[in-house]
Design a protein around this ligand. Structure first.
Ligand code: CA
Length: 230
């Protein structure tokens, strides 16, 4: 079964170019113009990955991403933002509201395919069977889910990948660049700040007091460490 990619982009020429390149690499692409019915169309088609333009005519891409993350059908689908606004604030905002990655226009078809591949491969790797219990955490790779004291954590795919890495590499300090390499892999456009943003989001979900974390601690001047749960 070909992987299905949704392209939410109102610039018809760019959408067609992306569509062409994805199809050429064996993906099944669906172009959506980003009008009001887009969320519903995505929920119906359940794509494996969503390419999401920021500047859309009716709902902006950030708002649509929020809605995607709240949708029970789409909450775990990787979202890769396509943005013409290149300043850091917008990028970080894109990640904070649940985007997994972003690409700044113009981008090359080759770069696009590499990033799409990387995200989809990560999804597949996590499909190794078996659920493991680590203290109060239960990591189910097959289902792509993590539970804390029996309660499922509502994680985006990047948050899941990061938490999975920490849960399986406990008690050791990792620098931001080590984490980037291990979790984000070959994506060249993420910065150490990306790690901080996602760590903060994870802490809000797993820590009773995110400001004085018990599990995901800061190693000053270096990076982060996941403490062995009692
Ligand atoms: Ca646009």
């Amino acid at each position: 079964m070909p992987k299905r990619i949704a392209i939410v982009e109102d610039e018809a020429e760019l959408a067609a170019l992306i569509d062409y390149n994805l199809s050429r690499h064996g993906y099944e692409a669906q172009v959506l113009g980003g009008a009001k019915g887009t969320l519903k169309a995505l929920e119906n088609s359940k794509p494996d990955l969503i390419l999401l333009d920021v500047m859309l005519p009716e709902v902006d891409g950030f708002e649509l991403c929020r809605q995607i993350r709240q949708s029970p059908v789409l909450s775990r689908t990787p979202v890769l933002f396509l943005t013409a606004r290149s300043d850091e604030v917008d990028r970080v905002l894109g990640l904070e509201i649940g985007g997994d990655d972003y690409m700044t226009k113009p981008f090359s078809p080759r770069e696009l395919i590499a990033r799409v591949k990387a995200h989809l491969r990560r999804e597949e790797m996590d499909a190794e069977p078996g659920a493991v219990e680590i203290g109060p955490f239960k990591l189910d790779r097959t289902a792509h889910r993590v539970f804390l004291e029996g309660r499922e954590l509502p994680l985006t795919s990047t948050e899941f990948n990061l938490l999975e890495f920490f849960l399986t590499h406990r008690g050791r300090a990792y620098s931001r660049s080590q984490l980037l390499e291990a979790v984000w892999g070959e994506q060249r456009y993420v910065t150490p700040r990306t790690v901080d943003v996602h760590v903060r989001r994870l802490r809000e979900q797993i820590e009773e007091q995110p400001d004085s974390p018990r599990y995901l601690t800061t190693v000053r001047g270096f990076g982060y460490r996941f403490e062995e749960p009692a």
